[in-house]
Design a protein around this ligand. Structure first.
Ligand code: NCD
Length: 307
């Protein structure tokens, strides 16, 4: 039963519950007109303490396409946060007005704190460099639609694996499906955190490899998940400038890949995928953005208990 639950960490839901969300997402994709009024009379609060394009707009679009309405802020200084209000008080208040809340916050754990004080479902839309479970629903649904299964894949994750929260959540989620192998491609400075490697991979005896170059491994990949170097989480600009263009996927690098590889990216892209790749049928990142909206429509409907 997903009604009334929070989504803070990708492991909050069982595999069956995730499948339930995907089944509904697929039904909505096939016949969206049937769902136009599903959330009529319901209100979603979007609390964005950090910049966002896709996540906020896809949540808003999702709720509006279900016939619900949206309130919120994308600029925390325009709310009482700037007066020093605590997260606990903010969410308690929001719970008096809205039926469901989506929160993005620069501090790791902030949405968890909110959920502990909330009467309404809270969805983590990204907490600092930690987790991003709805991007993971997006990524899993995309893989499922493209490949038909979430198992038996060779998955390359490339770029900023240290600060990239989408990677942390995706590895965690995919570690539950059998026979996946992870190839972690990053400079040493941006390696995946130890907790991801130990708790998600080693503890579950999952095969993985850490490499610094994409060229040496591209041939074996079924999925390549590119990420941006997370500028806002760097302490000094020099390091960012040194690392930001370390990996650029272009036609030349993709030449040696499998014919049916899919290239994913949570977006926004900065330089890490050359524009020439966009027209390649293996480029899946804009489709991925679209699947994200359907995944969020299904999630909202399930947490509100209307489907
Ligand atoms: C990601 C995020 O915010 O972590 N973006 C998104 O939600 N689609 C990735 C990023 O910002 O690089």
């Amino acid at each position: 039963m997903l009604k009334g639950r929070h989504l803070i960490d990708p492991m909050d839901f069982t595999k069956d519950e995730i499948q339930e969300i995907f089944d509904l997402a697929k039904e909505i994709m096939e016949a969206p007109e049937k769902y136009h009024r599903l959330c009529e009379g319901k209100l979603l609060a979007a609390l964005f303490y950090e910049p966002s394009t896709r996540t906020r707009f896809s949540f808003e679009a999702a709720m509006l396409r279900l016939g619900g309405r949206v309130i919120g802020f994308s600029e925390p200084n325009s709310s009482s946060v700037s007066k020093g209000e605590s997260i606990a008080d903010t969410i308690r208040t929001i719970g008096c007005y809205a039926d469901i809340a989506v929160m993005r916050h620069p501090k790791e754990g902030a949405p968890r704190v909110a959920s502990m004080h909330s009467e309404i479902p809270v969805i983590n839309a990204g907490d600092g460099g930690h987790q991003h479970p709805t991007q993971t629903l997006t990524d899993l649904l995309t893989i499922l639609m493209a490949k038909g299964s979430l198992s038996n894949h060779r998955i390359g994750l490339c770029g900023d694996l240290k600060f990239g929260r989408t990677v942390h959540s995706l590895v965690k989620a995919l570690s539950r499906y059998p026979n996946n192998k992870f190839i972690l491609i990053s400079p040493k400075e941006l390696r995946a955190p130890d907790y991801v490697i130990k708790e998600s991979l080693e503890k579950n005896n999952i095969e993985y490899l850490e490499v610094e170059e994409i060229e040496n491994v591209i041939e074996e990949l079924d999925i390549l998940y590119m990420t941006r170097v997370q500028k806002e989480r760097f302490f000094n600009e020099e390091d960012y400038i040194r690392l930001k263009d370390r990996f650029i996927l272009d036609g030349n690098k993709l030449r040696n890949s499998k014919k049916d590889i899919i290239v994913l990216h949570p977006l926004p892209r900065v330089n890490e995928i050359a524009y020439e790749i966009d027209k390649d049928p293996r480029a899946y990142y804009f489709k991925q953005a679209k699947y994200g909206m359907y995944a969020r429509m299904a999630l909202i409907a399930k947490l509100l208990g209307v489907a």
